[in-house]
Structure formats: structure tokens, C-alpha cells
Design a protein around this ligand. Structure first.
Ligand code: ATP
Length: 269
């Protein structure tokens, strides 16, 4: 992308004294004997969108998955270093991983609604986490999550129809509604628009900008334009290392590192 197009950057949310929502310190990730991430130090600011960018295989998704211990589900995967959510060390043996994943929710690359009704897709998390006290409560959570995900008007008359019957963009918004229904503090998004057309992508990008009022968001994206449009902070990874991070505007207009410069100007990738 041209450096000038960074003029479309989303305005930063100014909360100067807020401590970071999540902090990674010397994070390393191994798949068996192979090390995929090396000594990553990154602070995730609250109520901001942080983009993780870099060439294929550089470790973006690996780092994202380490933030809610999704890597635990991969055989032979081991994480070293420390990751905090507020004051909590998320790899401490006392941490309940199910509860952690309710606090740090995730939206995947391909929309993956359950083979259940639209209502049940969103109600599932609040039910298993015991968030709703009764049916009226559950209805309220489902309706407000669908509203916040910008899907309510399109589905309000068909809540009992299967989620899989929606369009791709609608399914992804349903997955976002499902993720926010458990009231997470942080929302992780792994290339959430890669399976969507430009119009559905624009809708999700707008939604991300609205969601940051209430959630801290970390997004992996292959699109530098998308990173520039939606995020306040950008982290550039290369070959398993965090090369440079900072305000999105600075990364795209005035990168300090030559590798970052080469990536954003299309010389590597
Ligand atoms: N389940 C796994 N088992 C073994 N190696 C893996 C696994 N997942 C990722 N890797 C390796 O770890 C490295 C980082 O992969 P990762 O998927 O995190 O990169 P990425 O930057 O998200 O890539 P992409 O943009 O292509 O999705 C790569 O070398 C990859 O082959």
C-alpha cells in the first residue's frame, strides 16, 4: 500500500494512563522441537484494536492463539515466557482455561456457526458459563449481542432458523455475536474477513471500530490496508520475531526498521 493511504487510519482512543489489558513478556512458542516464536514482548492496550501483520508463516496466528491458550489444543505445542491478562498470569496452573477463554474470546478465519439455530448459536456460551439467570435474561443477552454485532435487523424474524443458512458475512457476524455473548474483555480475531467479499468485509471493519468501545481487540490480518483502517496499534512479525510495534500511523508512515519498511512497501511478503 502507499504510505499516504495511512491517512485513513482509525482515530486512537485516548486513555493515556490505562495499564495494558494484556502483556506478553519474552513469549516463545515451540511446536515439538521447532521454535515458531522468539522472545516476543508486546503490550495490548485496552479498548484499542491491535493488528498483527507480517508475511505468511511469521507467527501471527501462533501469537494470537497464545493469548487465550488455544495453542494448548495443539499436540506438542509449548509456550515459554509470560502472558498476563490484567494482573493474572494466564499460564499459571491455577488458571481455569475455560474461564480464560470466556474472558478472551475468539473469532476464526472461516465463519464456523454451530449446526443449530441462530438463537442457540448465541445462547450457547452464556448457557454453559451460567451467565443468564433465566430465559428473559438469556433472550436479552442474545438480542443485545446480535444488535452489537450489527445482525439484529437481518435475523430478528428468523431466530429459530439454522445459523448455517446465513450468508458468509452474516455467519461471521453471528460468530462475533456468539463471541461477545459471554461478555469477554478481549476479542481475538484471526483473519476474520479473509473468506468474505469486499462489502461484507467493510461491514465487519465498521463493526470492529464500534466494538472497541467495549472490548479490547487483537486482529491478525494479511491486509495492510485493513490494519491501517481498523487498528490503533500495529505489530509487525517476521520469521517468528516481533520486529517492530507502535502506533499504526507510525508503523505505516515512518517505520524505524528496514524490514518493516520493506514489508509495507511490498518488497518482502
Ligand atoms: N500446528 C502446528 N504444528 C507445527 N507447526 C506449526 C503449527 N502451526 C503453525 N506452525 C508453524 O509455525 C510457524 C508460524 O505459523 P503461524 O500459522 O503462526 O504463522 P502466520 O504468520 O499466522 O501464517 P499465515 O499468515 O500463513 O497464517 C510456521 O512455520 C508454521 O509452519
Amino acid at each position: 500500500m502507499s504510505l499516504e493511504s495511512a491517512a485513513t487510519l482509525a482515530a486512537p482512543v485516548s486513555r493515556p494512563n490505562a495499564p495494558p489489558k494484556m502483556t506478553g513478556e519474552n513469549v516463545g512458542v515451540f511446536y515439538g522441537a521447532k521454535q515458531a516464536l522468539f522472545d516476543v514482548n508486546l503490550k495490548i492496550e485496552q479498548f484499542n484494536v491491535t493488528s498483527l501483520i507480517g508475511p505468511s508463516g511469521c507467527g501471527k496466528s501462533t501469537f494470537l492463539r497464545s493469548l487465550n491458550r488455544m495453542n494448548d489444543t495443539i499436540d506438542g505445542c509449548r509456550v515459554t515466557g509470560k502472558i498476563n491478562l490484567d494482573e493474572d498470569d494466564i499460564y499459571d496452573p491455577s488458571i481455569d482455561v475455560v474461564e480464560l477463554r470466556a474472558r478472551v474470546g475468539m473469532v476464526f478465519q472461516k465463519p464456523n456457526p454451530f449446526p443449530k439455530s441462530i438463537y442457540e448459536n448465541v445462547a450457547y456460551g452464556p448457557k454453559i458459563h451460567g451467565i443468564a439467570r433465566n430465559k428473559a435474561d438469556l433472550d436479552e443477552i442474545v438480542h443485545s449481542s446480535l444488535r452489537r454485532a450489527g445482525l439484529w435487523n437481518e435475523v430478528k424474524d428468523r431466530l429459530q432458523e439454522p445459523g448455517t443458512g446465513l450468508s458468509g458475512g452474516q455467519q461471521q457476524r453471528l460468530c462475533i455475536a456468539r463471541a461477545i455473548a459471554t461478555k469477554p474483555e478481549v476479542l481475538l480475531m484471526d483473519e476474520p474477513c479473509s473468506a468474505l467479499d469486499p462489502i461484507a468485509t467493510a461491514v465487519i471493519e465498521e463493526l470492529i471500530d464500534e466494538l472497541r468501545e467495549n472490548f479490547t481487540i487483537v486482529i491478525v490480518t494479511h491486509s495492510m490496508q485493513q490494519a491501517a483502517r481498523v487498528s490503533q496499534k500495529t505489530a509487525f512479525f517476521h520469521l517468528g520475531k516481533l520486529i517492530e510495534e507502535g502506533k499504526t500511523e507510525d508503523i505505516f508512515t515512518n517505520p524505524k526498521n528496514k524490514q518493516t519498511q520493506d514489508y509495507i512497501t511490498g518488497r518482502i511478503g
